[in-house]
Design a protein around this ligand. Structure first.
Ligand code: ATP
Length: 502
């Protein structure tokens, strides 16, 4: 099995270092007749040991050859270790339909083979991890109510064995109440952990970013400690974008192999409060369909679709005052921006930059929602707003690549606005256009790349959703901070989503 996703992740083994390392002898022979060869992106195991009598005979017949070959993707190698007992290689193998499980190969190593084997092990691990940090120190937070109450069991059964096999240092804690993750993280020692892993939906990462943001040294904390997700909630956008999966074990592998990736965060001000958002903010039909349908929770995942359809049939509008600090307004130019970003080297943050981060959160360049509206912001007519959706990640939920041009670190959010009076048939077409990646190009879908916006609802009651959580229904201002946060991602560069069509 190679990398479990076909997203934009590059194979770490393709990095130039691999060429240099592979010039050395990359085959180790163990147990006399087992050869372990490191290839471009896999480890090839050829075992020619004579089989025991039991293994040779199958249904009373003699097997033709005792040679077995086995290829393991380097991405799936978790660890290789030489101990007095010999060489142990642990790796992830395909298990259930979508998942992986941990397997191991073990061979005795004689005293005189040891030095050679040690060099080979280092070479294997260098290629298997590339730029990814090994033996990560993880603070694991579990929302015991996530995933209909199965988060803890899923973590221990499917993710913990992957972390253990990769020799991650793990400290597990369950949250006991709403807001607990923020409290835990606000007090956390940022030098003790490389990443905080949320076994939850998108609610816990939202709390974790805000906990880091509350620290007196927020800038440094957000640069040093990466945030990651083991998908255990109903909305697992973070895992889909960064790991390309909604599967617990595959996400754990992606975290083990995850590359530290600086990611933009958005500051939101409402009244006197300031919070951070990593995923999205919505107002109008999507926020209402998500948050305004609690009375039909029994419907499960269909609740959103039902709520959406009801509102579309009523052709509801959500009037608001909207002003945007627009940076790119044209779909062609947005596609060019995406392509330029995708073809440029992945942004990295050096250790010096991490250490030199500002103490607290960065200053707000555009002030708060209580200040005068900056003069150069574009005022957008909002009387007939149907849907306002600002995204900082591409995928908002499974199979829903709503913001295909979104990238982790361009200092911009993608804002989609749709008029609420467009024909119902068009709105329904939009729903089917998303999985086909045709939504972006639809004429009724207005998309802007923006640095900031202000939205003031005109009605008294309604819903505003931030990262899937409900916030007060009142005036809101948002601005992006380029590369303020850190996540662990599979590609180190792009989200695991198809970009906009050429
Ligand atoms: N122990 C707890 N008790 C009650 N609420 C909690 C607890 N731990 C976390 N929460 C809250 O649960 C909410 C949902 O969290 P989660 O990250 O799992 O997102 P979700 O995808 O919405 O999950 P769900 O599967 O529950 O719908 C968050 O707002 C979080 O603050």
């Amino acid at each position: 099995m190679t990398s479990p996703s076909n997203g934009p992740s590059s194979n770490h083994a393709d990095q130039p270092d691999s060429q240099r390392l592979l010039q050395h002898d990359s085959t180790l022979t163990v147990a006399q007749s087992v050869s372990l060869s490191i290839g471009g992106d896999s480890l090839l195991v050829v075992d020619e040991r004579p089989k025991s009598k039991d293994q040779r005979a199958c249904c009373g017949l003699l097997a033709k050859s005792s040679k077995t070959t086995h290829s393991i993707g380097l991405y799936n190698i978790l660890d290789a270790d030489l101990s007095p007992a010999g060489l142990t290689i642990t790796y992830a193998q395909a298990a259930t339909k979508d998942g992986i499980s941990v397997a191991a190969l073990e061979y005795p190593i004689s005293e005189k083979e040891k030095a050679n084997a040690q060099t080979w092990v280092s070479q294997l691990l260098d290629l298997a991890y590339g730029e990814a940090q090994r033996y990560k120190r993880l603070k694991v937070l579990i929302n015991p109510f996530g995933g209909k109450g199965a988060a803890s069991k899923s973590y221990h059964k499917h993710a913990a064995p992957v972390f253990a096999a990769a020799r991650c240092v793990v400290d597990v804690q369950q949250t006991t109440h709403r807001g607990h993750a923020t409290e835990i993280v606000e007090q956390i020692d940022i030098d003790a952990y490389d990443a905080i892993v949320c076994c939850s939906g998108d609610g816990l990462p939202y709390e974790v970013f805000n906990g880091l943001g509350k620290k007196p040294n927020a800038g440094e904390a957000l640069a040093k400690v990466a945030v990651a997700m083991v998908p255990c909630g109903s909305g697992n956008a973070m895992a889909w974008n960064l790991c390309g999966t909604g599967n617990v074990s595959v996400a754990a592998l992606a975290i083990v192999k995850g590359l530290r990736t600086p990611m933009d965060l958005v500051s939101l001000t409402q009244g006197n409060t300031r919070t951070l958002s990593f995923l999205s903010q919505s107002f109008g039909v999507i926020a209402e369909s998500d948050l305004g349908t609690d009375n039909i929770r029994w419907m499960g995942a269909h609740r959103f679709t039902y709520g959406f359809l009801v509102r579309i049939m009523q052709r509801t509008v959500y009037p608001c005052d909207l002003a945007i600090k627009v940076e790119i307004d044209d779909k062609r130019a947005i596609k060019d921006h995406y392509n330029t970003y995708a073809h440029n080297p992945a942004p990295r943050r050096s250790p010096e930059e991490t250490a030199g981060q500002s103490k607290g959160l960065p200053e707000l360049r555009y002030g708060t929602v209580q200040d005068d509206l900056p003069k150069d912001w574009e005022v957008i007519p909002g009387e007939e707003m149907g849907n306002f959706y600002a995204g900082k990640m591409a995928i908002v939920s499974k199979d829903t690549n709503f913001f295909p041009a979104s990238v982790p670190n361009d200092g911009l959010m993608d804002i989609v606005t749709i008029n609420g009076t467009i024909p119902r048939t068009t709105t329904l077409k939009m729903m089917t256009a998303i999985p086909e990646n045709e939504f972006f190009d639809m004429p009724d879908v207005k998309i802007r790349k923006a640095a900031a916006y202000r939205l003031v609802p005109r009605q008294k009651e309604g819903y505003i959703s931030v990262d899937g959580e409900s916030i007060p229904f009142e005036a809101l201002q948002a601005e992006v901070h380029k590369g303020l946060g850190t996540v662990l991602s599979k590609s180190g560069h792009l989200y695991e989503a198809e970009g906009p069509r050429p």
